[in-house]
Design a binder for this molecule. Structure first.
Ligand SMILES: [Zn+2]
Length: 412
């Protein structure tokens, strides 16, 4: 009898698997048209389905969620009138996929509706939108068009999920299920142990300066009562770059901040700068800097392996791109706070390159070069408590400003 039941269950499972595969939703085409006073976006889809559409700010985005789909729309044409700079799509949570439209300006969705197949016309989702002011955007951004309920899918797929591919940490779905727990800030003091980092005059070492700054920043953040904080190292020890990222992911960090102090052959150069991850470096100097920082493991006596090159890119480009956007957004907030706190910055203080330590695919990550150890005056300043307090206050303000936005946007 048992065998019989087992066989029945197995057949049932096979049936479910093949039937869902046969009915996978397909996004066939996306096109835009100008209409009086509005832009009309039309998605040709293979089936009548639930969907939901809404907007997000910082940066301005329009989002369409659908049951897991097969993308057959190829590269979508983006006419200027659409006010869309980029389109990305991918899996959001099991059972649900998301299309994100990066907007050049704030918009408001006027209406969204589904038109079932008619003659030679496909099933269509139609979204009418128009340009709006940031004020009106904020006033209407909590409106969700459509009836898709993400929670339903979550329950439906929960069982299947247990046997599926390794799951990313729970915080991947954070934009949909905001946790009420205090955000966890991971502070990563660069270098340590046998790797001293950049050397200043009078035995001022980067590894010591950044550890001191990390501890001062932690003290401030904890005192605010708004955050949880963990340091990737508490002492003068060597930690591999890969393990710094692993540490952040293991603990489910909400933000990753790597602290460094740069060095350059021109002793006059000074100022703070902020870096985010990018495949292409913003400039030659930043490319070199990333190369140098990425060699920390070699200096610490550990060879680089293939594994290091692709620090856990298990979540795919979609999530990575979204995380990179969040990181950039945070970096910009931080730069404005550094300036507001009268911290001298490099020109174009927000730069990009392929820093290995910023490669957590699901945690917004930035690297701060607090200043130049090669500049005598700045190295002296970085070695002083008072200056580091000022720096910690500015970073704290940047973190506050970032989370104010994140929480505003987690209403959906
Ligand atoms: Zn460094």
């Amino acid at each position: 009898m048992r065998a019989h039941h087992f066989l029945k269950a197995l057949l049932c499972l096979v049936f479910i698997m093949t039937s869902t595969a046969a009915h996978a939703l397909e996004v066939k085409q996306i096109r835009f048209g100008a209409h009086p006073g509005k832009v009309r976006m039309v998605l040709d889809i293979s089936d009548v389905t639930d969907y939901r559409a809404f907007v997000l700010s910082s940066p301005y985005r329009m989002v369409i969620d659908l049951p897991t789909f097969h993308w057959a729309a190829g590269r979508v044409q983006k006419p200027k009138l659409a006010m869309i700079s980029d389109i990305r799509q991918g899996k959001l949570v099991p059972g649900i996929s998301r299309i994100v439209f990066d907007l050049e300006q704030p918009i408001t969705i006027q209406s969204a509706f589904l038109l079932p197949k008619q003659g030679n016309k496909e099933n269509r989702i139609v979204i009418d939108y128009k340009i709006t002011t940031p004020q009106k955007f904020n006033a209407t951004k909590s409106i969700i068009h459509g009836t898709l309920k993400v929670e339903d899918y979550k329950n439906k797929t929960a069982a299947a999920e247990n046997t599926a591919v390794p799951r990313p940490p729970a915080n991947t779905a954070r934009p949909l299920y905001p946790s009420r727990e205090k955000p966890l800030i991971i502070i990563d003091p660069g270098h340590g142990g046998q790797d001293p980092g950049a050397l200043g005059h009078s035995r001022i070492y980067e590894k010591n300066v950044v550890l001191a700054l990390a501890k001062q920043l932690r003290k401030r953040l904890l005192a605010s009562g708004k955050y949880r904080v963990l340091l990737t190292r508490e002492r003068d020890v060597f930690v591999r770059l890969k393990n710094r990222v692993k540490f952040a992911r293991k603990h489910g960090g909400d933000l990753f901040i790597s602290l460094h102090a740069d060095s350059i052959h021109k002793p006059s150069v000074h100022g703070t700068s902020v870096y985010t991850l990018s495949k292409k470096a913003s400039d030659a100097q930043t490319a070199k800097l990333a190369e140098k920082e990425n060699q920390a493991d070699l200096i610490g006596g550990v060879g680089l392996s293939v594994e290091d090159e692709q620090v856990a890119f298990i979540l795919g480009d979609f999530l990575m791109n979204d995380t990179m956007n969040q990181s950039k957004f945070f970096a910009n907030k931080l730069v404005s706070k550094l300036k507001a706190h009268k911290i001298y910055t490099l020109q174009n203080p927000h730069r990009y390159a392929g820093f290995a330590v910023l490669k957590a695919p699901d945690i917004p990550s930035i690297l701060i070069e607090a200043g130049f150890m090669s500049n005598k005056k700045e190295a002296t300043l970085l070695n002083q408590n008072a200056h580091r307090q000022k720096m910690a206050a500015a970073i704290h303000a940047g973190i506050d400003s970032y989370f104010n936005y994140v929480y505003q946007n987690e209403q959906h």
